[in-house]
Ligand binder design. Structure first.
Ligand SMILES: Nc1ncnc2c1ncn2[C@@H]1O[C@H](COP(=O)(O)OP(=O)(O)OP(=O)(O)O)[C@@H](O)[C@H]1O
Ligand SMILES: [Mg+2]
Length: 373
């Protein structure tokens, strides 16, 4: 066992996929560093194509980086992938369960793949069905499950062998708000009561803000900002003041009025909406409203908000955050091998010649993939 307080470490990870027709390939990772303290929920946040899933695949032995190092609980991912696979659970971006089997059957199969005997596998399945509130649907085919139920089963499958680090790649994408809230509670419970280290990727700023004790914002294959959600937000000094002005106001005049006030700065105007920053938004509002009133442009509405992760995101990536729900253009793990132009030699990676995997088989846990060989 290691005395390193970090359960996951990655240093300078680089990965370029070779893609036919794209000269030089597609760079997915370019010097990604992360260190995840044991027992926390760590969020990797970033836009489409930032490299989040590739980072997870490297850390979970499903693909090899071109450069860099990675360790799970002090075990080298590249040198000892089999040992690493015992330490981790993976819930991939797409479900890894078999829709034509029941939840219980999926869990038992998974347990057997990890080498448990029949009786132990059945007991572990029953325990997890209970733990994840799946007992009622345990003997129904997975294809009849709702999205949220299916995702809970995915998490249960990732935990069968009692890993110490759980990787969740977009655990709540596509879930309705109720199922998402339930999943959040579950994830919090895993890291809290169960002491697991959870690494999750997400498109949802709110999710990252709420769940993750520490965050890394990933853009173009590396981490552009990291810290606790509060630290990141704290870097944006003050509050955001948003105003809605009557139609017909002249932007230049609004700007002149607001920029003359010492209590606000960074005035941005978009149509009738105006936003500015202030060290103390609530205190600045009366002066702002009075100045606009005097200038004959009384504000129709005003709100004061603490900086959000959205603001943080804008600052570090130069773009507004626009989550893209329900995408169906996801790469599955097996396709890596073909597009890479080489076969990954991580033992968990799928063999060549499996060009059209059934969707449900596309992103299982490493053990499931290995068993599919
Ligand atoms: N198997 C692959 N073959 C070729 N290119 C790939 C493959 N997987 C990912 N890429 C490319 O690598 C880059 C990073 O992709 P990755 O899936 O890691 O991003 P992501 O942050 O997980 O995105 P998303 O939020 O959409 O899931 C993208 O440009 C993507 O198109
Ligand atoms: Mg992804």
């Amino acid at each position: 066992m290691t005395t390193d307080p970090c359960a996951v470490r990655a240093h300078d990870l680089g990965k370029t996929y070779s893609v036919r027709g794209v000269k030089g390939g597609v760079r997915a990772l370019s010097g990604l560093d992360v260190a995840v303290q044991r027992g926390i929920v760590f969020g990797l946040l970033g836009p489409n194509g930032a490299g989040k899933s590739t980072a997870i695949k490297v850390l979970t032995t499903l693909t090899r980086p071109d450069r860099g190092t990675a360790e799970i609980e002090g075990v080298d991912v590249l040198r000892h992938p089999d040992r690493v696979r015992r330490l981790i659970g993976v819930v991939a971006q797409r479900s890894g369960s078999d829709p034509r089997a029941t939840g219980r059957e999926n869990l038992i199969l998974q347990a057997r793949l990890y080498g448990m005997g029949g009786r132990a596998a059945r007991a572990r399945a029953a325990e997890l069905l209970d733990r994840f509130d799946l007992a009622e649907v345990a003997d129904r085919l997975v294809k009849t499950y709702s999205g949220g139920t299916q995702r809970r089963l995915d998490v249960a499958l990732g935990l069968v062998h009692r890993p110490s680090v759980l990787f969740l790649d977009e655990p709540t994408t596509g879930l309705d708000p109720e199922a998402r809230t339930a999943m959040w509670a579950e994830i919090q419970r895993l890291a809290g009561d169960d002491g697991l280290t959870v690494v999750l990727t997400t498109h949802y700023l709110e999710e990252a803000d709420r769940l993750a004790q520490r965050l890394a914002i990933v853009d173009h294959g590396h981490v552009v900002a990291g810290g606790t959600p509060d630290e990141l937000k704290g870097e944006l000094r003050g509050d955001a003041v948003h105003l809605e002005l009557p139609s017909g106001t002249v932007p230049g005049e609004v700007r002149a009025v607001l920029e003359a006030l010492p209590s606000v700065r960074e005035v941005r105007i978009a149509g009738r909406g105006v936003s500015a920053r202030s060290d103390n938004g609530a205190a600045a509002v009366p002066a702002v409203l009075a100045a606009l009133e005097r200038a004959g442009m009384p504000a129709a509405a005003v709100t004061v908000a603490r900086p959000s992760l959205d603001d943080v995101f804008l600052r570090y990536t130069g773009r507004r955050y626009a989550p893209d729900d329900g995408r169906d253009d996801r790469h599955d793990d097996r396709r890596d091998d073909h597009r890479d132009g080489h076969r990954d030699d991580a033992p968990g990676a799928a063999p060549p010649g499996t060009a059209s995997p059934a969707p449900e088989a596309s992103t299982g846990t490493p053990a499931r993939q290995e068993a599919a060989k």
